[in-house]
Design a protein around this ligand. Structure first.
Ligand code: GLC
Length: 689
């Protein structure tokens, strides 16, 4: 086991990110130095200003790579950009952004020295990794109150394993949540959902779940069902279950302000909402108009909000997604008033550049305004804390509310929960999805690159909106994205209101979609086993080649192939119109080509570079030496796959073993040795192509 050292600066807030008690060391911390002073800075308009600098500095060597930061833009190697931990509701995941929805302050520097650093700090943190100075890491918090952990150990993988021990076991969803799910913002009523299920079943495309976006609620009120559109909800949930479909409703962070609405009234009565400076409930606006935000950083309020999920559990629901929990604020009551006044004062119908910019900024600045985040407070069990100081904990708190309540309400059963916003620590309570991406090829690649960084930070149950959320998807994009999605624990197709319909049956090659998604089900014995072992043993599920082959200079550079579990390497196609792609094999591997589970082709290849053809309907992956991949016949839904005969693919020249993990998919007796079956093959001499 590696070494973890903890240093405390100032008076940090307890985020409960870590589960191990590490004694605080006194004195200077290793690797970083604190740099303080005055710096001259150009503001971009050739004006020079004096700025106060105060940051942690690490001098990178030419070979250093920097891994981590969980959910974020750019590469697996984070070097060469400035990132911010500042959970943001921003649907434009472009290279120029600095933060997405999560705050995952864990980095591993790998070069001449290899070490990890976790900055347990819930406010805004700037992580400049070679932006101001290409060879320097500069870490700047808003204030100097944090726990800093330095991790050392056996290579990057050893350090990640220590970190995962430090932060505790990753969330485990029910097994059906590994099935394929269809979602769209715009399914409004029972009939819309029936149409989706029929579209899948009639075309023999497997399906396990349909997601219910905000329209199922009565005027976007959490823990309500619109009775006009869902006249008998428990009966509808049953009807879907008979077709082996799980319905997964969304829950939003903001609670609508409305007289007579129980959740609102109870929240006000008990003081469970966040308050403003004057001690009044803070009012922001989201989908339902004006809302209050449950104070999920307060133990009582968190317990109260979590128990509200019972309303849906009692009607047969077994899974949820938590949204808008950065928290997203379309506008605050206070700021809207101010902006409206200013807008009304604009009498000019001939605005020049500066005036129109200022006019637009006023309106655009209403949403997620940093000043609003400074204007409300949490009651952290007796201590009043201004929201911006703990901003990055809100999604964590909301999902923890659900997770803790599920333990209490359904102690024997796993419930699906994943969130949009997160902080390290939340990985123990739920998964995350990657938020509002676009139907862009570059976002397919971004999806791939984010997977290992998230795994480093404990988030194993994750996936992107397959096909892309915003913009119009094309059939080839969806096929290629599903070929990656076959491997991601959360395999969900989701799209935004107003975009092209992208349920698989809306396109022409329905047979190809059926086969592709069928491969997910066929590989389930492997996918599920690898997930469970990664969660229970604190391992990576998706791993960059650089972590496993650190001395291979080609492998160190590869950012578009990943190891998936112990046996497989994946190399998805992410370029439109490409007939295949170049793949680097750091060691001999067996190419497996699946034209649906019924037609499997195998070819042994030596170490080196290859051009591999990958037709749109096929999934290609590679098996590592002396490794086994268990698989089975596909089915139309998860229960149909459960218990089917296990077959083995392998690339073994001698005796090879594999630990297959199987359980009922619901229970929590994870450690039961009966869940593990040792599979063995006697290999044979391999002819290389
Ligand atoms: C947010 C979510 C998205 C959802 C939409 C409507 O943008 O990220 O997934 O569809 O809200 O609820």
């Amino acid at each position: 086991m590696g070494r973890i050292r903890r240093f405390t600066i100032g008076n940090p807030i307890n985020t409960e990110a870590v589960v191990q008690e590490i004694p605080v060391e006194q004195g200077a911390f290793p690797y970083f130095t604190r740099v303080q002073g005055i710096e001259l800075k150009s503001d971009g308009d050739s004006q020079e200003t004096m700025v106060q600098k105060d940051y942690l500095s690490y001098q990178m060597g030419p070979e250093d790579k920097v891994y981590g930061l969980g959910e974020n833009v750019r590469g697996i190697d984070k070097r060469g950009w400035v990132y911010e931990s500042n959970c943001s509701d921003d649907p434009h995941h472009t290279e120029g952004k600095r933060s997405l929805y999560g705050a995952h302050n864990f980095l591993v520097v790998a070069g001449a020295k290899v070490f990890g650093v976790f900055l347990d700090y819930p406010g805004k943190l700037t992580l400049d990794i070679g932006y101001e100075d290409m060879d320097e890491i500069r870490i700047t918090p808003k204030d100097w109150n944090m726990d800093l952990y330095i991790l050392e150990g056996e290579g990057v993988l050893g350090i990640v394993e220590s970190f995962r021990q430090l932060i505790g076991r990753s969330y485990i969803p029910p097994k059906w949540a590994f099935g394929y799910g269809q979602s769209r913002w715009g399914y409004k009523c029972e009939e819309d959902i029936r149409t989706v299920v029929k579209g899948y079943r009639e075309n023999n495309i497997p399906l396990d779940s349909v997601y219910m976006d905000i329209d199922y609620m009565e005027r976007f009120k959490d823990f309500t069902i619109d009775e006009g559109r869902f006249p008998n909800f428990p009966e509808f949930v049953e009807e879907m279950k008979r077709q082996h479909i799980h319905l997964v409703p969304i829950i939003d962070a903001g609670v609508k302000i409305e007289e007579g609405y129980g959740v609102y009234e109870e929240g006000v009565e008990n003081g469970y909402f966040c308050k403003d400076e004057a001690g009044k409930e803070f009012t922001g606006a989201v989908w339902p108009g004006k809302v209050h935000f449950p104070d999920v950083l307060n133990t009582q309020a968190r317990g109260w909000f979590g128990r509200k999920y019972k309303f849906l559990l009692d009607q047969g629901i077994e899974g949820f997604w938590n949204d808008m929990n950065e928290p997203a604020i379309f506008y605050s009551e206070k700021n809207l008033g101010k902006v409206m006044k200013e807008l009304k004062s604009v009498k000019n119908d001939n605005m020049d550049m500066w005036e129109i910019f200022a006019f637009k900024d006023l309106v655009n600045g209403l949403a997620n305004n940093p000043e609003d985040y400074k204007s409300f407070y949490h009651n952290m069990d007796g201590v009043q804390v201004r929201h911006d100081k703990v901003h990055n904990l809100y999604g964590y708190g909301m999902t923890r509310a659900a997770g803790e309540a599920f333990e209490e309400l359904e102690p024997e059963k796993r419930i699906l929960i994943f969130s949009r916003s997160s902080y390290i620590g939340m990985h123990r309570y739920g998964g995350i999805w990657m938020g509002d991406n676009q139907s862009w090829w570059s976002h397919l690649l971004l999806n791939l690159k984010m997977l290992p960084s998230l795994n480093m930070c404990g988030f194993l149950y994750t996936g992107a909106d397959l096909g892309g959320f915003g913009a119009d998807a094309t059939e080839d994009l969806l096929l290629r994205w599903l070929a990656l999605g076959v491997f991601t624990p959360l395999m969900r197709n989701h799209a935004a209101l107003g975009t092209r319909e992208q349920e698989c049956y809306q396109f022409t090659r329905t047979e190809a979609f059926g086969k592709l998604i069928g491969i997910r089900y066929g590989l389930m014995p492997y996918i599920y086993s690898e997930y469970m072992k990664a969660a229970l043993r604190g391992k990576m599920l998706f791993c960059p080649l650089a972590f496993v082959y650190p001395d291979d200079k080609h492998a160190r550079e590869v950012e578009d192939q990943l190891l998936f579990g112990e046996s497989i390497m994946i190399a998805p196609v992410y370029v439109q119109n490409a007939k295949g792609r170049y793949v680097y094999l750091p060691e001999p591997m067996k190419l497996v080509r699946l034209k649906g589970m019924g037609q499997i082709e195998e070819e042994a290849l030596g170490q080196g570079h290859y051009y591999i053809e990958v037709p749109l309907e096929e999934v290609v992956f590679f098996i590592r030496p002396e490794k086994i991949v268990p698989y089975t016949e596909p089915g139309q839904y998860m229960e149909e796959v459960q218990g089917k005969e296990i077959k083995l693919l392998h690339f073994a020249s001698g005796a090879a073993e594999y630990e297959l993990y199987q359980d009922d998919g619901y229970g929590k007796d994870y450690g039961n040795p009966a869940h593990i079956t040792k599979l063995r093959v006697e290999g044979h001499t391999i002819e290389m192509a």
